[in-house]
Design a protein around this ligand. Structure first.
Ligand code: BGC
Length: 256
């Protein structure tokens, strides 16, 4: 029988979070397990904490598909970049490494793409025609492009250069915390980033997710974009949900 739940694990620069997801609604049906990302983000240490998160979650169905999302370009199961984790991830056969350590097949994907998939399937971007640009604002800035409901993977628009800086180093939520910026000062930086993305891509909708999206009310009024902008329906859980939903899709395709 096809499972109606799947497990999603979202590896971030700060925390590794996981949950069991109901695939019909996209809701979490377990407690959210969160452990700190090991300092330095070294592959072996990250894989070990991911195993711990999975162990804590698999009180549920051991047959559930497992999806893992990660803050890097992911192509053919390899991680091809490393912005807020160890450089050892670059070129690593990461999917295989996780599968070996976790003792099961997994679906492995970029974290912003997972969030974009969740919002398209269940949330703020569901049924939206045209171009949706989801950004996750957390330790870094992740971006997902969705055109007419189809995800275009591995957009890395958090790294465009703005005034000589990597955009995420100035406008990620971590920059607000690191520099102790007011909401107004931080929103000024976000507005520069979004207006550049608007000019480059003419999106129809911006969706804002990531760690800061739970504080949407504190900065929504400061955003000046001409493009309609909404918070991610699933806030910072979108990565978990999307990783789980993608893993379930994968499992169905393999069976069919
Ligand atoms: C990485 C992206 C990731 C984003 C959010 C960026 O630094 O380059 O791949 O999606 O952070 O975690």
């Amino acid at each position: 029988m096809t499972s109606t739940t799947a497990i999603g694990i979202d590896i971030g620069g700060t925390g590794i979070k996981g949950g069991v997801v109901d695939l019909t609604t996209g809701e979490l049906v377990s407690d959210r397990v969160k452990l700190p990302t090991p300092h330095g983000g070294e592959p072996d240490a990250v894989v070990e904490v991911t195993r711990e998160v999975l162990d804590r979650l698999t009180g549920g169905d051991p047959e559930d598909p497992v999806g893992v999302c990660f803050p890097a370009i992911v192509k053919g199961g390899r991680t091809l970049s490393a912005a807020n984790v160890s450089k050892k991830w670059i070129g690593l056969k990461a999917e295989k490494k996780f599968e070996k350590a976790l003792g099961r097949d997994i679906h492995f994907v970029n974290d912003a793409d997972a969030a974009g998939f969740a919002e398209t399937t269940f949330g703020a971007a569901k049924g939206v025609q045209g171009l949706v640009l989801l950004t996750t604002l957390g330790t870094g800035i992740g971006t997902a492009l969705i055109y007419n409901g189809v995800l275009v993977p591995n957009a890395e628009l958090g790294h465009i250069e703005i005034n000589g800086h990597d955009a995420e180093s100035r406008a990620a939520y971590s920059a607000k915390e690191r520099e102790d910026l007011s909401w107004e000062k931080w929103a000024d930086r976000l507005n520069v980033h979004y207006s550049r993305l608007e000019f480059l891509l003419s999106p129809d909708l911006f969706v804002i997710g990531g760690g800061v999206s739970k504080r949407w009310d504190e900065f929504a009024g400061l955003l000046k974009s001409n493009t309609k902008t909404v918070p991610a329906t699933f806030r910072n859980n979108a990565g978990i949900l999307g990783a789980a939903a993608l893993a379930a899709d994968d499992a169905r395709t393999d069976r069919g």
